[in-house]
Design a protein around this ligand. Structure first.
Ligand SMILES: [Zn+2]
Length: 462
């Protein structure tokens, strides 16, 4: 099967140009002006943009944090269908092993969950929720499997490790040229604040945010970057949400430290006022870090414009409001944390960023695709439209408008945090390794996702 896409404006981080693109055998075969149309299919994409398939480097499509953890609403099957609908053709999911179990066993569990189910290509960040010699010996084995990125936590009692353990893990990760991402919040202080609030009878969703103040993110980021300096390892900060944490990053970079920063649409488009919604609706917005102030939002947009933030992913981790979020009705600490987002990221960022002039098209492509591919060792297989790369392509109609609504979404969850948000721009046609998976805005092919074996990270990017 071969196709030629004609007339679209091809966008990369280097610029944009009207080019024809020929796809053959799942790869980009040719790129140029007036490419010969001897193909099975010729697609007229005049007036559209052609983007490399978007990559979401932060999803939780299989949450397995032990007994008592409620199931997420989406799994690989449903979540990946929602992903491809708007052009996300690869995800890197958070794989979390059980305490005392091997990384190998965790990898097997995640492969079983994704294989045959995922409609987009996939890989995993392997979580390190403890540290010991066995796990250290497994890091090179993970890299040999193509798992070159890892996740650690400074919050959550069941997931977090000590600073010394983070230090030791960094050394092992550095040896495989891997990438570490850390959830930066001061877990011990959050525990103390939560206990105080609950003892005072303050149990509503809004106290979720008040017990996780900005400084606790900045403190953890500072500690993380301090440890990384000892090891001389470029590191990634996941879901950065505050202006205080940005200031820590700026100071570290000014001294020459290499720091990658991810943020998420919810920190750019929603704020702490959501927690005041009546009828427990604030619980829909409980995620960690929490939604912040409008000042923080503004600071994040300014950082995006100045290329100080490298990637935008979603932290998609959704729980139904009706039965799961309500578990925390009388205690905000029991509200399952997370919200949906895998489906809406491209439209939200295009609408709020590109159509307003806050972001250029080339920045948009970097933040949602190319930078992620480079940072996590998938480039140039993914993240770019060039000869030899996977033909993961999004024909984007910039004129198509819509309204985000729970009742029309593909995410398998009973609400949308962005309900009523008016969007401009949408994926018209999406290809995954040359196969048409979305046609005229409708998902037409599912279950074709494959594991992506990744190489080491491009540390020189920042
Ligand atoms: Zn997460």
């Amino acid at each position: 099967m071969s196709s030629v896409i004609k007339g679209a404006t091809v966008v990369s981080t280097h610029g944009q140009r009207q080019l024809d693109v020929k796809i053959a055998d799942g790869k980009i075969a040719e790129l140029g002006v007036d490419v010969a149309t001897s193909a099975d299919e010729v697609v007229d994409a005049t007036g559209c943009y052609l983007f490399p398939g978007f990559i979401d480097a932060h999803t939780h499509l299989k949450l397995d944090n032990g007994p008592g953890t409620p199931d997420t609403a989406d799994n690989f099957k449903t979540g990946s269908i929602a992903a491809i609908a708007n052009g996300t053709t690869s995800v890197i999911d958070m794989a979390t092993p059980h305490r005392g179990h091997s990384l190998e066993a965790c990898l097997k569990t995640w492969n079983e969950a994704a294989a045959g189910n995922s409609s987009c290509d996939y890989s995993y960040h392997m979580s390190l929720i403890e540290w010991n010699q066995q796990l250290a010996a497994e890091i090179p084995k993970m890299a040999a499997h193509g798992i070159t990125s890892f996740k650690m936590y400074m919050a959550y009692d069941n997931l977090r490790t000590s600073d010394a353990e983070i230090y030791a893990a960094m050394k092992a990760i550095k040896s495989v040229h891997g990438m570490l991402g850390i959830h930066c919040e001061s877990g011990a202080l959050i525990n103390a604040l939560q206990a105080e609030y609950l003892a005072a009878g303050l149990t509503a969703p809004k106290y979720h945010a008040l017990t996780r103040p900005n400084q606790l993110e900045a403190e953890a980021v500072n500690r993380y970057l301090t440890i990384a300096r000892l090891v001389d390892l470029p590191v990634n900060i996941v879901h950065l949400s505050t202006r205080e944490a940005l200031a820590v990053v700026r100071a570290a970079r000014a001294k020459g430290q290499k720091v990658f920063v991810e943020t998420c649409p919810q920190y750019l488009l929603l704020d702490e006022h959501c927690y005041d919604l009546p009828n427990f609706a604030g619980a829909k917005y409980v995620c960690s870090p929490p939604l912040r102030s409008q000042r923080d939002e503004l600071a994040l947009w300014q950082a995006l414009a100045g290329n100080e933030i490298n990637t935008i992913s979603t932290d998609h981790c959704d729980f139904n409001f009706k039965d799961k979020k309500r578990i925390g009705k009388d205690d905000f600490t029991k509200i399952p944390g997370g919200m949906p987002g895998i489906e809406t990221r491209p439209q939200l960022i295009y609408t709020a960023g590109v159509t307003t002039g806050k972001l250029s098209l080339t920045q948009f492509v970097g933040l949602l695709s190319e930078n992620i591919a480079r940072q996590f060792g998938m480039y140039p297989q993914k993240g770019v439209i060039q000869v030899g790369s996977d033909a993961d392509l999004v024909i984007w109609d910039p004129e198509k408008s819509g309204v985000i609504a729970a009742k029309t979404q593909l995410q398998h969850v009973d609400y949308s945090p962005f309900e009523g948000f008016k969007t401009k721009g949408a994926a018209r046609t999406v290809y995954l390794r040359g196969q048409k998976i979305v046609d005229n805005g409708r998902v037409v092919t599912t279950g074709k996702g494959q594991f992506v074996a990744r190489h080491g990270s491009d540390y020189e990017l920042v």
